[in-house]
Ligand binder design. Structure first.
Ligand code: FES
Length: 151
């Protein structure tokens, strides 16, 4: 992920969009590339993408806001993503998610609690990821232990 000034950022986003100009349905690949390169899609990115792809700002904004995977704010320093799929729900993931959201502030600054729907780890639920690393049999106590350096 790149950190860039606004001017550099817009230039980079315009270059990414330009790489996809000849693609059919270029918008989604551009948005994915901007996410991969810059970590989120800022307002100025939407305007630059719309301009390069000859779309309206409303069209680009509509797609960005429709898909939860497209962030419009920089990501938090740490992310806890808890599975809310059926297998994990049957072993208490809903209560774990609710409790984790409620105590997110105690996990430390810059911690985001997200939800996912099946991580392919159903037999070891409740499952989740902590900064992208998969964990099974999660509980509030295990989460505290696994994130203790964040406190
Ligand atoms: S339902 Fe949670 S890992 Fe599959």
């Amino acid at each position: 992920m790149t950190t860039a000034s606004t001017t550099d950022r817009v230039a980079l986003v315009r270059a990414i969009a330009a790489q996809h100009l000849s693609d059919r349905g270029a918008l989604m690949p551009v948005l994915h590339d901007v996410m991969a390169e810059l970590g989120h899609i800022a307002r100025e990115d939407v305007e630059a993408i719309a301009d390069v792809l000859n779309l309206s700002v409303a069209e680009v904004h509509g797609v960005v806001s429709f898909y939860h995977d497209f962030r419009t704010e920089p990501p938090a320093a740490h992310t806890v993503a808890l599975c809310r799929g059926e297998a994990c729900q049957s072993v208490g993931s809903q209560a774990l998610y609710d409790a984790t959201v409620a105590r997110a502030e105690s996990l430390g600054d810059g911690v985001e609690v997200a939800q996912v729907f099946c991580l392919g780890n159903c037999a070891l639920g409740p499952s989740g990821t902590i900064d992208g690393r998969l964990h099974g049999r999660l509980s509030a106590q295990r989460l505290d232990s696994l994130t203790k350096e964040w406190h």
